[in-house]
Design a protein around this ligand. Structure first.
Ligand SMILES: [Zn+2]
Ligand SMILES: [Zn+2]
Length: 85
């Protein structure tokens, strides 16, 4: 059984999980973010881990650091004020 190597979508920590855990949600041992173990044949991409806004669930474009739906900042990991008046 080969292990699946992937990176945490939150802190970029390199992780490995047994193949049979593909598709399951695990907690990152480094930052505790919940991430889904990718399938063993998933294409290797730098930006493979862009699951969506952890706050509101909105889909995010790969590389995005700010959710335009709710104002959640993925790097700072907190919501920023969205009312720019
Ligand atoms: Zn992490
Ligand atoms: Zn959001």
């Amino acid at each position: 059984m080969a292990d699946i190597a992937f990176a945490c979508s939150s802190c970029r920590q390199s992780l490995e999980a047994p193949e049979e855990m593909a598709g399951e949600d695990i907690a990152c041992p480094s930052c505790q973010a919940v991430i889904t173990v990718p399938g063993p044949s998933a294409p290797r991409k730098e930006t493979a881990a862009a699951p969506g806004c952890p706050s509101c669930g909105a889909a995010l474009v790969p590389g995005a650091v700010l959710c335009t739906a709710c104002g959640y900042h993925l790097v700072l990991r907190k919501k920023l004020a969205t009312d720019f008046k």
